[in-house]
Design a protein around this ligand. Structure first.
Ligand code: COA
Length: 434
């Protein structure tokens, strides 16, 4: 007996699997995430992303590991403006902590025991001197010494490793042309790497679930909304995360996700479900209704082909769709997944238009997608000066009745449409004054 919930869930993820394949995701994993009990699952999920054809760059931090080493050596370091002042002793601890953390991540990614989630994963992890750093220097009279910031990123070198199918692991240390090592903020580094690679996503994983407002999770934020949450005078971990998210989003990374590293499965749920599990930051985060373009033809075919096979919709060839693409309106998820379509065929002489090819992706029924498309089509029809819509349907009569359509006859159709009416298909006809 096949467990239905599992099959359903797996099918629901398929649009996201298609949408993410071949895309570049930069994931920032803090040192606290590496120490967390959920670390194994996090790494296994990251390996799974790679297996699904996603180009993964993992940027790690090592702040708590550095703290531990400094405490053991009796070294105290000062913080200013949210940054550690890294002196000669501290950079030694940073190097050790970063090296050990990196090895820990690499070893976890190299696991492959039978009966474990990593069996057969075969992840190839690559690193290198991709990051050139410069000193932060003296700010407000404070010399930050070996605390650095990113000066240059060798994006071409990272890209060539990704093209060869490797997972690129980047540590928060950069080198200056003088050969010195500098301690970098891993979140800022990840953000800049995402910008340099023109990555589709930056994913910042921290212990928080995302952005909370009145103790509940904010699912999505636009750039101006994120801006309003920022307070540059505060140097908390949350503010640093928001600053990195802002920087990436502002400089061209379409989607920044703030995801929990403490909650099992949150990364997969964020990337492969409609609602996600964390906070998505986008310049504009809403699902869009827009006119279709020629690039959407493939997506529309994928959406309507099963309905054509079941004879719920009339078959349309690719050529016909290409010719009529301007008639179509779409609802598109922020991830680019096509959720629904509908078409309007005006017959201007009669001030009547045909509403056709209304379809919602099978995994997203009952979420108001077709209703929103219908409203958009009505608005569009009114703008075109149409006074009435009609629709031909074999199986969806009640959906239209519930939206104010009334049954009509073939003789009520515009003359041109009457001659094309397929009596064998025997569709019912409904019309609505608009
Ligand atoms: C009909 C269809 C477009 C609705 O899409 P949707 O995005 O799920 O629609 P909405 O979320 O806006 O509306 C959902 C409501 O419609 C109802 N509904 C869905 N299909 C229906 C049908 N065939 N008959 C009557 N009502 C239907 C749902 O039960 C739900 O009502 P509820 O909220 O009271 O339970 C979708 O089911 C579909 O793609 N069907 C196949 C294509 C088709 O028949 N197109 C019409 C011919 S052009």
């Amino acid at each position: 007996m096949i467990e239905n919930g599992y099959v359903e869930f797996f099918r629901q993820t398929s649009p996201y699997i298609h949408a993410h394949r071949g895309k570049t995701f930069v994931i920032a994993l803090g040192g606290d995430a590496v120490l967390h009990g959920n670390f194994h699952s996090t790494v296994h999920d990251i390996a799974l992303l790679q297996s699904l054809g996603i180009r993964v760059v993992l940027v790690h931090g090592a702040r708590p590991q550095t703290e531990q080493r400094m405490a053991l050596s009796g070294i105290k370091s000062e913080f200013s403006q949210g940054l550690r002042i890294t002196d000669g002793d501290a950079i030694q601890c940073v190097k050790e902590a970063v090296g050990a953390t990196r090895l820990q991540i690499e070893s976890e990614l190299s696991m492959g025991l039978p009966n474990s989630p990593m069996h057969g994963a075969g992840v190839r992890v690559i690193g290198g001197n991709f990051i050139t750093a410069k000193p932060v220097g003296v700010r407000d009279g404070i010399d930050f010494q070996r605390t650095g910031e990113v000066r240059r990123i060798d994006g071409a070198a990272i890209d060539s490793q990704l093209q060869q199918g490797s997972l690129v692991l980047i540590s928060p240390i950069g080198f200056s042309p003088t050969g010195e090592a500098f301690n970098l903020s891993y979140q800022d580094l990840a953000s800049q790497v995402a910008v340099a690679l023109k990555a589709e996503k930056l994913i910042l994983m921290t212990e928080a679930r995302g952005v909370l407002r009145d103790n509940s999770l904010v699912r999505a934020l636009s750039l101006p909304e994120l801006e309003s949450l920022r307070d540059v005078s505060v140097h908390s971990a949350e503010q640093q995360m928001l600053a990195s998210a802002h920087q990436a989003c502002d400089r061209g990374v379409d989607r920044v996700h703030l995801v929990s590293c403490a909650e099992d499965g949150s990364l997969l749920s964020e990337l492969f479900t409609r609602d996600g599990s964390g906070t998505l930051v986008m310049k504009d985060h809403s699902e869009v209704i827009r006119s279709a373009t020629i690039d959407d033809v493939g997506g529309i075919i994928e959406l309507i082909a099963p309905l054509e096979e079941q004879q719920v919709l009339v078959k349309r060839s690719r050529e016909l769709l290409e010719a009529e693409i301007s008639r179509f309106m779409l609802v598109v998820h922020p991830e680019g997944v096509l959720l629904g379509c509908a078409a309007l065929y005006p017959t201007a002489a009669d001030e009547v238009g045909e509403l056709a090819c209304v379809a919602t992706h099978g995994e997203f029924h009952g979420q108001g997608i077709a209703s929103r498309l219908f409203d958009a089509i009505v608005e569009n029809a009114q703008q075109k000066g149409l006074k009435q819509l009609f629709v031909l349907t074999t199986q969806t009569a009640h959906w239209f009745l519930e939206r104010g359509f009334v049954e009509a006859q073939v003789t009520d159709l515009p003359a041109q449409k009457q001659s094309l009416y397929n009596y064998q298909r025997n569709s019912r006809i409904f019309s609505k004054d608009i």
